[in-house]
Design a protein around this ligand. Sequence first.
Ligand SMILES: [Zn+2]
Length: 412
Amino acid sequence: MRQSQLFTKTRREAPADETAKNAQLLIRAGFVHKEMAGVYSFLPLGLRVLKKIEDIVREEMDAVGGQEIRMATLHPSEPWKQTGAWENVDVLFKIQSRTEKEYALGQSEEEIVTPIAQEYAPSYKDLPVAIYQIGQKYRDELRAKSGIMRGREFGMKDMYSFHTSQEDFEKFYERAKEAYLRVYSRCGLVAKVTEASGGSFSEKLSYEFMVITDAGEDDILYCEACTHCANVEVAKEKEGDSCPKCGKGTLKKAKASEVGNVFDLGQKYARDFGFSYKDAEGKDQLPIMGCYGIGITRLMGVIAETLSDEKGLSWPEAIAPYDVHLLVLTTDDAASVAFADSLYEDLSKKGKKVLYDDRSVRAGEKFADADLIGIPARVIVGKDSVAKGEVELVHRATGQMEKVTKETLLAW
Ligand SMILES: [Zn+2]
């Protein structure tokens, strides 16, 4: 992509009412456009990142046997009334039609997915089944101040699984947990799993996936020696105590952001919808249900906050909008431009996704924009490049710079 053709532009200042660092950076770099508090449109650069995160999540959910569907986001009110959520979930967006009929905008999909599963799983032979979707969700937040980390409209992957026993659910949960941890590590993050009480949402335990970051809204206690991790709000221990799991490590406190969760829903929704299946003896049984969420836009916001510096964003390779940011500094020199043009074509032919800054602006502006946009590798074509056949390769995350020949670059 030639940057001169990219319709979005960087801007020096974020809107005055935007207080969240993730949204400030993403707006300034031209990744998102703010419509109102908690609602953002995704622009070309932002959409490329979002799609890459979605692809990683999709691959990992498919790998544990999840089957992707696309559920409606405009819901009839009846199933929400049937589960009690119409009255009890305060963030549920309720809409009244001109016909005076009421609807809900999906903030979760148990009310939709349970009747779907019910229709296709009348027998124990049809279970277990795991169904997921990646799509838009809505929450009627009173205040939305965390940028794309907590929106009124947001992107989410939600999976629902149905099982014939608690043991089978727990076995599947373990596999889903490993898949979740792989998602975060592929996105350049280190996540920990906490156990928390499910509150009103579920009957049983819930699990939260937390990324340690100074931008986090939660305080966690984690063990330095093992995988133990707990939310400070529910933990019996405090910082400095010895680990209740392994007894060897001491507990450290840190700020963290939730990037995923799992709820053990037990048989609540099966009961609410009268969803039973026939077991091997032909008796009616209620399935055990689990739900597994990853906020896709939230995850992008956490990455933007966690992997950035005072100059701007810094994307890990796996989710960067482009692999290479190619800068030609001397646009008034025809030989330099020809050299950069050929490099752009050759890198593209090699399968590299290249953002080519071919604009006639001063070098300082190109460097500042490249730092702000945060593509992991920067290739700079300067005055000497043509004569020496060399370019500068700069790594955004470390600032490390090396001179490489065109041949080396193309072989990389
Ligand atoms: Zn421990």
